[in-house]
Design a protein around this ligand. Structure first.
Ligand SMILES: [Zn+2]
Length: 212
């Protein structure tokens, strides 16, 4: 079960396929399908038709709201993508890595306080509170479970958040050469004499070749 997810606002009605135009009202339906929270974006006519009428009877129905579609602005060329709380949260949620559960929750709370995200809905699943946040500009939805942090865990999580904001998510480790060669297979490898002192090499000077 993937409790975390980000669901972008659709750019077209998911019932009739009509592309949304800028400033067009649309309707979002939210369903808890247990494997995930599903959003369905509909144009006004489809909402007023059968899709909307039967929505609240459908299994897992959580919520409905109306939004105004905003056409995404063209991405500025060569924009420097600085890591911020929102981009970090996106990466974490997309990674699906459970070790960031507490961090993602704290980031969402931070973003909500800055009014960069708003709580659109919250519901319980198996005794756990799950928040659905909306990024008001893009209409993207972030589904974030409440990790039920204890007060004495907060400080550590906040430290993790600060470190991640500063350094970003660790990139996947490059394939490292095997560091521990099987013992016994290296009888031929001469052991280098321990270097007692490394004399500073003048700039431009050729380092002395090691004599084997
Ligand atoms: Zn439609």
């Amino acid at each position: 079960m993937n409790e975390w997810n980000i669901q972008s606002r659709a750019h077209a009605c998911q019932a009739c396929g009509q592309t949304f135009s800028d400033q067009q009202p649309y309707h979002t339906l939210l369903f808890d399908l247990r494997q995930q929270v599903q959003r369905v974006d509909l144009c006004e006519p489809c909402w007023k038709g059968q899709q909307g009428e039967t929505a609240s009877d459908r299994k897992g129905f959580i919520s409905h709201w109306q939004g105004i579609y905003e056409a995404p602005p063209p991405a500025p060329p060569e924009a420097i993508q600085k890591e911020n709380a929102e981009s970090l949260l996106r990466k974490i949620v997309e990674s699906g890595d459970g070790k960031y559960a507490a961090v993602s929750y704290i980031l969402a709370v931070m973003l909500e306080r800055k009014r960069l995200l708003k709580v659109k809905e919250q519901f319980q699943r198996d005794g756990q509170r799950i928040f659905v946040y909306e990024q008001p500009k893009t209409g993207d939805l972030f589904t974030i479970p409440d990790p039920g942090l204890q007060l004495d865990q907060l400080e550590e999580v906040q430290r993790d958040v600060a470190a991640l904001l500063e350094h970003g998510l660790a990139p996947p480790l490059p394939t490292t050469p095997p560091s521990d060669v099987a013992v016994g297979a290296q009888a031929e490898v001469p052991s280098a004499p321990p270097q007692e002192k490394v004399a500073p090499v003048p700039a431009g000077a050729e380092p002395e070749p090691l004599v084997g």
